[in-house]
Design a protein. Sequence first.
Length: 405
Amino acid sequence: MEFQIEVRHSRSEARVGRLRTPHGEIETPAFVAVATRATVKALSPADLRAVGVQVLIGNTYHLYLRPGPEVVAELGGLHGFSGWDGPWMTDSGGFQVFSLGAGKVHGVGKIASIFPGDDPPRPTGPSLVQLTEEGARFRSVVDGAWVFFSPEEVIRAQRLLGADIILPLDECTSPFHDRAYTQAAMERTHRWAERALQAFRETRGLGPNPDQVLFGIVQGGAYQDLRRRSARVIAQLGFPGFAIGGSLGRSKEDMLRVIEWTVAELPEEKPRHLLGIGGVEDILEAVRRGIDTFDCAAPTRMARNGSLLTPSEEGFRLNIKNARFRRDGRPIDEGCDCPTCRTHSRAFLHHLLRTGELAYFRLATLHNLRFMVRLLGAIRGAIVQGRPLAKEELRESLVAQEGRE
């Protein structure tokens, strides 16, 4: 893997770069589409290529349970198994360990807000995770059987899955964890990172992709000294790239501070990935602070639930369920060149969703992913041209776009 910074923004820490992987190049800043079980829900690899998606991220936890990393390896790794021959990432399963454990106890997760404000924890159930120095033992969501993830086992599984960029097992913390617990979890993550690096070296040659790289994960919650310390420790271990994970605080303001503290301690010449963040304004602010790639299930999940992304609406989204679209013959977005906007009206999509037609899920997901591709393209263009990285500037740029970038 090679990462080259090509342009630095004149007004912020943003940069345009090129990340070269064994299965293709990624122009950064870039949005990474979430393919939890080796597929983006409702779309084929051809669909993804048609809307300009550059890279996918699979979920080690779910793929470990079904169909199993050995099966995927036998069928050519994620590239051969899925039919997506472009760059792949896989996470470590650490977030799933969190969501089945502390997330349930504190009522925090991807569905419940990851920015809960100062509201006290509202448990959604007992922890299903037993966490020790050796790793995490948890109940399978498939059949209830006990599964054990150690740093070494997670590396072995990802070697077999064959993604181009993989991540080590880490312990995510909740916004409601106190400083003492957050520090203990951070230090355990550092020890696990060292074990993961050793396992990564020892398993070279295992699996279908000998040119994999392992990124390090920075933890430390929303505590400035812990975040800075974690970034320094992980950077000193020699990882070729980094991901920012764990609790990003109780508000988006906390998140931006965490990004600033972390980026300040990471090597400038290596790529930085922000885990689980994908809102339009969040991406914009993170890019301004030096983040290169993002993954988030929100755009595709919102599409399935009726929220379609467009610069013409407040908050960059419209609710296609709304009755006002029943006779609306316009496309979702006049400036969008996706297959859905080129062919279908808001009225048709409203009809499909309200009547439960399965075609809706594909058409809506195509549009939302194309919006994310166009958004990141507009951001890259603003960086190259030295224009302000501001919400309204980007809105105008997206409205004005005609044809494929």
